[in-house]
Ligand binder design. Structure first.
Ligand code: UDP
Length: 161
């Protein structure tokens, strides 16, 4: 395997994905992971945890004044969730496209939300909405040493030489 860092910077974009508590309860963790793996993204960090209010207040700081925030907090603390960092070319935008519309009722078929959920209040996954947000969010959910630096051996078959 090639040493980490040999890939050009554009292949090293990262995003935070959360498999939310509804999806853990519904045994959808594997299905969600499979979609990102099959697309060709590289998993660089993953853990199961029970999120607490302090962490969610940081993660959703833009939404704290919204009327649905108390319900969102109770949903997101209702059970364990899986936090992951995925890496690859254009991963933030591609992941958002794969996740689909925030409102599951309107999410297109073929997207994760469109295929696995029915309602905005139980929409299965989170994915960062910009490169800047991703950097910040990854810092909320992971210690620096929890990210694993590795090169996948199929890189030329995923991206071309
Ligand atoms: N949410 C909700 N009701 C709403 C809007 C959002 O319960 O009317 C929840 C939903 O879980 C959503 C999260 O709040 O995923 C964050 O909302 P945001 O607008 O950031 O959407 P996302 O980036 O998750 O698509």
């Amino acid at each position: 395997p090639r040493p980490y860092g040999s890939a050009p910077p554009e292949l090293r974009e990262q995003t935070l994905v959360l498999v939310k508590p509804d999806a853990v309860q519904r045994r959808l963790v594997g299905d969600v992971i499979r979609r990102f793996e099959r697309r060709g993204f590289k998993l660089v960090a993953m853990k199961l945890l029970q999120a607490d209010r302090g962490l969610l207040d940081k993660h959703y700081q833009q939404l704290r004044q919204k009327p649905f925030y108390p319900a969102l907090l109770s949903y997101m603390t209702s059970g364990p969730l899986v936090a992951m960092v995925w890496e690859g070319y254009n991963v933030v935008r591609s992941t958002r496209a794969m996740v689909g519309d925030t409102n599951s009722a309107q999410a297109a078929a073929g997207t994760i939300r469109g295929d696995f959920s029915m309602h905005v209040s139980r929409n299965v996954v989170h994915a960062s909405d910009s490169v800047e947000t991703a950097l910040r969010e990854i810092g909320f959910w992971f210690q620096r040493d929890e990210l694993v630096a590795w090169e996948s051996s199929d890189r030329d078959y995923t991206y071309g030489p």
